[in-house]
Design a protein around this ligand. Sequence first.
Ligand SMILES: Cc1ncc(COP(=O)(O)O)c(C=O)c1O
Length: 399
Amino acid sequence: MNSKAFGPIPPEFRHFSALPWLDEVTPAYVYDFGVVAARIAGLRAALPSQVALHYAIKANPLPALLAGIAPLVDGLDVASAGELARALGHKPAEAVSFAGPGKRDFELEAAITAGATLNLESEGEAERALAMGERLGATPKLAVRVNPDFELRGSGMRMGGRASPFGIDAARVPTLVKRLIAAGADWRGFHIFAGSQSLDTAAIIETQAATIALARRLSDEAGAVPPLVNVGGGFGIPYFAGDTPVDVAAVGAALAQAAATFAGTQFAVELGRYLVGEAGVYLTRVIDRKESQGETFLVVDGGLHQHLAATGNFGMVVRRNYPVAVAHRMQDGAEEIVSVVGPLCTPLDRLADKVALPRAEVGDVIAIFASGAYGASASPAAFLGHAPVREVLAGIPHT
Ligand SMILES: Cc1ncc(COP(=O)(O)O)c(C=O)c1O
């Protein structure tokens, strides 16, 4: 039987077995804040100074993590009233924006009352926000999310270039901007998010240039200069064999050039997984070793209910293996081919498929790396009634 490849272990975790977590209660996510701070510092060095850095908290909303990240970024992007309340605990409302279709009236009310920016997803939502502002006697801060006529090439999740529940088709945007300004709203500009998890540096550069050109065209047609253009992000992280990191220095240099063509406007990038994804490791303990028809299964105490993405069930077309190791034997050579499976009674509950690893015994810990984004909060925790996963923040913020 041939083994299947798995992704690259993030550099900071290559000597992971020295960490004290192996004797701790599993399953658990451990996040190393030093890695988050390093990614943010790297972005700051690469991005031009007129480009603000926003954290999309959906990637990982753990309060302790958010408390560390908030002082290091310029803004927080949220997608529900729950995330809004969390973000407002860490940033002033001027630095918080709220995107996502289907915002309910109580969500519009919460954002307008607080003074956060609403990224409008439809003309209907725009009218409800204007009416809510009138009812509250407050001037709503409104940006228009544009459904661009292009998508981010190579992205794991495309959000443009097609009919979409997200944003307003570009051709209708100038009319809406005029309407918002005429109605007395505080028009904040554009939000243009074309995709997520792209490792293709050239595609990111091309998309950002197209985004800025689109924003320019729409503002010319609307006859108004946008205070802010949020150009999205979509910077991916290496998850799978053969993946290589985005060249953020090249992206930053190209963005500086593109942004320079648009005077009087501030730009922002909105990133989730790039900031936190590589900082997290999921630790799960071997409960049983079993053989079936010549294959070896390591049955572990964690699984799909806590880490849906690593099982390939969170938006993947083809299931591939996340970076994985026997946590206390990281430097040892492979001895056997195993599949790491969780305790749920579904064949989908497979954290690693036919990977070559050193031998792991019952009680040993398996580490799944690149697990800091879309982990605990993006998994069906209630399925089969297991206890919630522990989440631990290690290290302290480096400012
Ligand atoms: C509007 C919006 N912003 C930000 C993100 C975060 O994307 P990522 O975590 O890949 O950076 C997403 C992802 O779905 C999104 O839809």
